[in-house]
Each structure stands twice: as structure tokens, then as C-alpha cells.
Design a protein around this ligand. Structure first.
Ligand SMILES: [Fe+2]
Ligand SMILES: [Fe+2]
Length: 331
């Protein structure tokens, strides 16, 4: 598919992230996360966190997709930044109910935008351990379903005039920090996928002409610290005009990550805290990537300012990208 920018006009990209659609089978699971925690006090604490900070009813967010489709203009491109399912079995779309949620969500987006919709992969699409660390994790079967029937893209390269959109898979980039997230007999296969991913990215970035501009897209900004290790990435940074990410669900969380930047790694409070503290420990390494957050459509409980991203780019690469977040009512 070739995108041709409109005459004298900017190229418009709508960015949508963390829809977390729930089909009927996922909705029937009710309080799925609390059931993974044995300790009553931890269950109460998690419940309070979900109710007052994050999302009190994660299985009831479908209305935001409806709302987005009602107001979304026929942009030149709509790019999904991942997390299309609630992942209520914690193994991503390897779970049939989660697969059904992601399929419904992606079909609705493709029905609206046609081949102008393209989707990257989020951590919940591949599977993510529960907060208790006792259940789930990444599954190769989820990977196969994402890249097969769901037609999501692990790596994406779309030139628009002299501006290059480069999408990547943050779950593969962060693999070194996620050893506890997948089964031992799948480690070699995941590492091979990561090597192939890095080779593909290197090929894309090395092939972009020196006078062209670059924009990055990925689900989880944690992957940026790992990306910075490669000289072929560092070489691109002077031509990089921004990196658009999802995963954090709210500008409030994005700001909080700045305040907590450099915090020590915590290894004694379970997998989730280990990963989060490791990401914040390296938070300063995100800076050269000029990160911009696309929130979840409904935001979070404590900061419900969600929405979707509206990004306008100049195909000549002379003007900086123009980005804003457009709110959704979610009624
Ligand atoms: Fe998410
Ligand atoms: Fe996520």
C-alpha cells in the first residue's frame, strides 16, 4: 500500500492505544484478577488500587471504541499501538476469549478505516503475568495469532514523503528484563524472534536517506532503554522528531514516571514491581527519543483524561510534527 499525501496538506494519523476490548466471554470472568491472589490483605490492597487509581471495571471499556469510531475522521492512517484485549486469562490472545476480544476490536477498526488501519502489538496481546506473579505470561501461540489471523505488525515502515514512520515491538525489545514472564522452554524461540526483530529494524533505519526525518511508534516505552544500546539507533536520533507510545494509560502516569526516574531497582516484591522499578531506574534513557504518550481512551480512575492522538506531519519534513490528544466522552 502506498500513501500519497494530499496536495498542500499535512498527513493525518490517528493514534489509538489500550482499547482493552472485552467480548462477552471475557466479561463473564468478572473479578478475574482478584482470583489470582491468595492472601486476603493483598486482595484488599489490589482492589483499592484498581478501584481508586487504575480502572475499577476493566471489562466495561468497550464504549470508548464505539465513541472513537463515531468521531474518528477518515484520516490518512489510523495506527493501533497495542493492547486490544483485556487479557483476563493473562496469556494474551492464546486464550480464545481474549482472541475473540481482539478480533472484534480490530474488525471494527478495519471496517471503519479499511486498509488505512494498521496495528502494532501490545504486551497484553502477547500475555502478561498477573500482578501477583502467579498466573500467566507471554505465550508463543499469542505471537502466532497476533502475526497470523489478527494481522498485527511487529515491525512497520511507512514512508510518507520525506518522513518515515517506524513501528516496533516493545515486548521483544524488553525481553532481557522479562525472563520471568515466559516459560523456560520458549526462551530460545523468543530470543530468536528478538534477534530477527533487531535485524529488521536495523535494515529499515540504515536504509532511510540521511536528509529524511523519522518518527517512532511502539507500545511500551520501557523498550527505549534497550534500543539505545545500539549504535545504528543512536545514529538516527538527530533525525528523530518523536516517539509515540501507549501502555501508561494516562498523562498522569507519564508525569509520575518522570518524578520517579532513577529510583532503585526493587527485587524483593514480585515480578511486577521488579519490572516497574527497573523501567523507572532507566527512565532518563527515554529522553533522547522525545516520547509522547497516547493515553487509553478512558484514561484511569485517578486521572480520567483519556482519548486518542491526532498527529499531523509535513510530508516534506520541514515542519515539526503537530500532535494533540483528543478526548472521548465514553458515553
Ligand atoms: Fe494497556
Ligand atoms: Fe500495555
Amino acid at each position: 500500500m502506498t500513501y500519497r499525501p494530499t496536495e498542500n496538506g499535512s498527513f493525518q494519523i490517528l493514534l489509538l492505544s489500550d482499547v482493552h476490548y472485552a467480548c462477552a466471554a471475557e466479561r463473564l470472568r468478572g473479578d478475574y484478577e482478584a482470583r489470582t491472589i491468595n492472601h486476603p490483605l493483598l486482595r484488599v490492597l489490589l482492589g483499592a488500587y484498581r478501584r481508586h487509581v487504575w480502572c475499577k471495571d476493566p471489562l466495561s471499556q468497550n464504549r470508548y471504541l464505539t465513541d472513537f469510531l463515531a468521531v474518528a475522521t477518515q484520516a490518512d492512517l489510523c495506527l493501533g499501538l497495542g493492547d486490544y484485549t483485556c487479557d483476563s486469562a493473562f496469556i494474551g490472545v492464546a486464550d480464545d476469549a481474549a482472541m475473540q476480544s481482539a478480533s472484534i476490536c480490530l474488525n471494527r477498526l478495519r471496517n471503519h478505516f479499511g486498509d488505512r488501519f494498521r496495528g502494532l502489538i501490545g504486551d497484553h496481546d502477547l500475555g502478561k503475568q498477573s500482578l501477583s506473579g502467579r498466573v500467566g505470561g507471554m505465550r508463543l501461540e499469542s505471537w502466532q495469532r497476533c502475526c497470523g489471523p489478527l494481522q498485527l505488525e511487529s515491525v512497520l515502515h511507512q514512508p510518507v514523503g520525506k518522513v518515515h514512520l517506524v513501528g516496533m515491538n516493545s515486548s521483544l525489545l524488553t525481553l532481557p528484563a522479562c525472563w520471568m514472564d515466559f516459560e523456560a522452554d520458549q526462551r530460545a524461540a523468543w530470543l530468536t524472534l528478538r534477534d530477527q526483530h533487531l535485524q529488521a529494524l536495523k535494515g529499515i533505519l540504515d536504509g532511510i536517506p540521511g536528509d529524511h526525518r523519522i518518527l517512532f511508534f511502539m507500545h511500551d516505552p520501557t523498550g527505549l532503554a534497550m534500543l539505545l544500546e545500539h549504535d545504528w539507533v543512536r545514529r538516527c536520533l538527530p533525525r528523530l522528531d518523536g516517539t509515540w507510545v501507549g501502555h501508561l494509560h494516562s498523562p498522569w502516569v507519564f508525569k509520575a514516571s518522570r518524578w520517579l526516574s532513577g529510583m532503585p531497582r526493587i527485587r524483593c516484591m514480585g515480578n511486577a514491581v521488579t519490572k516497574l522499578s527497573a523501567a523507572l531506574h532507566q527512565r532518563h534513557l527515554w529522553e533522547p527519543f522525545k516520547v509522547r504518550l497516547v493515553p487509553a481512551p478512558g484514561g484511569i480512575e485517578i486521572a480520567p483524561q483519556g482519548g486518542y492522538g491526532d498527529l499531523r506531519i509535513d510530508p516534506e519534513g520541514k515542519l515539526p510534527p503537530n500532535f494533540c490528544i483528543r478526548p472521548l466522552a465514553g458515553e
